[in-house]
Ligand binder design. Sequence first.
Ligand SMILES: [Zn+2]
Ligand SMILES: [Zn+2]
Length: 138
Amino acid sequence: MASHHISLATDARPIMSEIAVFKNLIFTPPGKHSYYRLYGLWACGKCKKTWSSAHTYVSLEKYKNQVPAAELKKDWDYFTQKCKKCPKGDSVGHITEYKHLREKESDSEEEVEPDTKRPHISSLCEKCKQGFRCVDRF
Ligand SMILES: [Zn+2]
Ligand SMILES: [Zn+2]
């Protein structure tokens, strides 16, 4: 597929000293490796639509090693999300870039959502579909 250039490359990959891991953002499903909640930019390979999600879970190991999104393997290195109402039919998206969630001033562990206005669509999220719901509300 055609390469997709994202202009956020400068701040998307933090330098090593800036890498922080917040325990409350780590998710480890039974029998699998740990995932780390991040802010991801997604693209559909079929219709080229893009979206972002604050419920993007990438392999913690890959995050720590700053593996570029293009080298991540679907379903193994991250939970996939489907393209919403894809005009090309059923299509699973891929991550084009990821970065850490912004920290709020407050210490609240829940205040890590950069965009609370857009609800998470569980029906498009593989993690939710496997029963590991990202949000409590439906
Ligand atoms: Zn699509
Ligand atoms: Zn989800």
